[in-house]
Design a protein around this ligand. Structure first.
Ligand code: AMP
Length: 226
């Protein structure tokens, strides 16, 4: 299975990718996660790397990180042995230049994309999902204070009353607007790009995690049958 899971921030790409990893045994490749790891690594190093600092500045402002940095990471990640059996790309590509570079890279590897699945959701819901997202530092669980019974003050549904809850710095209200704007301006043109390539499938993502997962599974089953 070689797919791209595409969607605005907050559309559920990360959550659904994890479900697909469990169901299909192929790795999730998230450029957001790779970048967060690089930024954390740079922060821990004695001297912060320039790459880490540049990525951090762009991410905290809700902007895209330089294509050269992201493409270097993707090239390296896709050449690792576990990606030979397939992959779920999450959060990449995010603009036309990245999409073209991906096409060239996969053609070189002889492993072209099979599908691009768009998780479709309206802006109002996206905003709420992003402002409500919390990560429990104790168990790593990602949940939403609006949809999980998180209580007041919010606490992790698994760890109880005294977990350390984290809000991603780029999930603050002032950054979310910028991220959604970047999606509209830079990532949305990819919908037409992949439609023309005959690769695009759209899934309505305005439903609970399980329902959206079943919708994705139907698309994947049809791909595998065809
Ligand atoms: P995500 O976790 O996918 O929401 O990504 C978080 C942030 O990482 C984004 O707002 C961007 O700043 C950066 N980022 C993630 N993927 C990419 C990409 N493919 N190209 C450029 N920047 C990215």
């Amino acid at each position: 299975m070689r797919i791209v899971l595409m969607g605005a921030p907050g559309s559920g790409k990360g959550t659904q990718s994890q479900r697909l990893v469990e169901a299909h045994g192929v790795p999730q490749i998230s450029t957001g996660d790779l970048l967060r790891e690089a930024v954390a690594g740079a922060a821990n190093a004695a001297t912060a790397t320039e790459l880490g600092l540049r990525a951090k500045t762009a991410m905290e402002a809700g902007k895209l990180v330089d294509d050269a940095i992201v493409l270097g990471m993707i090239r390296e990640r896709l050449s690792q042995p576990d990606a030979a059996k397939g992959f779920i790309l999450d959060g990449f590509p995010r603009n036309l230049r990245q999409a073209e570079a991906l096409e060239t890279l996969l053609a070189t590897l002889g492993r072209p994309l099979q599908a691009v699945i768009l998780l479709n959701l309206n802006l109002g819901i996206l905003f709420k999902r992003l402002t409500g997202r919390r990560i429990c530092q104790d168990c790593g669980r990602v949940f939403n204070v609006y949809t999980s019974p998180a209580g007041t003050p919010p606490h992790c549904p698994k760890c109880g009353d005294h977990p350390r809850l984290l809000q991603r710095p780029d999930d603050r209200e002032e950054v979310i607007g910028k991220r959604l704007e970047v999606f509209e301006a830079q990532t949305k043109p990819l919908i037409e790009y992949y439609q023309k390539a005959g690769l695009l499938h759209t899934v309505d993502a305005d439903a609970d995690v399980e329902t959206v997962f079943q919708r994705l599974e139907s698309v994947i089953a049809a791909l595998e049958a065809g």
